[in-house]
Write a protein that binds this ligand. Structure first.
Ligand code: ADP
Ligand code: ADP
Length: 222
């Protein structure tokens, strides 16, 4: 069964067609790669899923919710379904490792004692428990991305979206990030990774889709 369905989705920026007639089902607990060169529309596709941007045309269903019919006040509920990981980590540089991860649960009004327990537990999983009080700029890229993974998964998202998650990392750090993604996939999450990294795609374990100038290479799934 599909957790994400896209029907004839288009996204335009002025005259630029970033996505053209994309129709796609993503199954529950799938590990899916979206490949394709820079500018192919990979980031745009991910952004449409978590409503960072609206579609120009077409429909998207996430967990049965039609994104074009979600009232503004319920967008935060939609976003809670996602954990998102970016190439450039997007940690808050003036907040500690602990605070960066805790913020997610604070925004949801969770109790302080529960937050502390969960943050420490998830930072243990990504092996950053010794750096709770460090600030992101003092960490290596690999360490920052492990914190970003912790932040992405602390709310128990159904779906993890990763946009070039290893694009700024050395091979060893990249391998750790993929071990973590595989772990959360094994625990039941649906994982979608956008990447132009051909080596990564060759070693991919899940389904690989290819975007080219905003179009999916092969018709699929409908
Ligand atoms: P990818 O992630 O595959 O590198 P993007 O989704 O970022 O590709 O971009 C797809 C196309 O849309 C590119 O041609 C890009 O220049 C264009 N694009 C993306 N975002 C914007 C924007 N906000 N305004 C105008 N053009 C954009
Ligand atoms: P990526 O998708 O590769 O992670 P970006 O989304 O930042 O990186 O940019 C991808 C492409 O989209 C780049 O070619 C960039 O110039 C273009 N782009 C992004 N935002 C805009 C924008 N607001 N206006 C025009 N082009 C944009």
């Amino acid at each position: 069964s599909a957790v994400i369905r896209m029907f004839h989705v288009h996204r335009r920026y002025g005259a630029k067609q970033a996505l053209v007639d994309v129709t796609l089902d993503i199954a529950k607990n799938e590990f899916l790669y979206i490949s394709g060169p820079s500018g192919a529309g990979k980031s745009t596709l991910l952004k449409l899923l978590y409503l960072a941007e609206p579609v120009s045309e077409g429909q998207i269903l996430v967990d049965g919710m039609n994104l074009s019919r979600i009232p503004r006040r319920r967008i935060p509920m939609l976003r809670r379904k996602f954990g998102i990981i970016f190439q450039d980590y997007k940690l808050i540089p003036t907040r500690t490792v602990y605070e960066n991860v805790a913020l997610v649960l604070e925004a949801r009004g969770k109790k302080r004692s529960l937050i502390e327990k969960k943050v420490k537990s998830v930072l243990r999983v990504v092996r950053m428990e010794d750096r709770l009080t460090a600030f992101p700029p003092s960490l290596s890229g690999g360490e920052q991305q492990r914190v970003a993974v912790a932040r992405a998964v602390i709310g128990d998202p159904k779906i993890i979206l990763a946009d070039e998650p290893t694009g700024s990392l050395d091979d060893d750090s990249a391998a750790i990030i993929f071990q973590l993604l595989n772990m959360f996939h094994n625990r039941g999450a649906t994982v979608v990774v956008a990447t132009h990294d051909k080596a990564l795609i060759e070693s991919a374990t899940g389904r690989v889709l290819h975007l080219q100038q905003g179009r999916l290479d092969r018709p699929l799934d409908i």
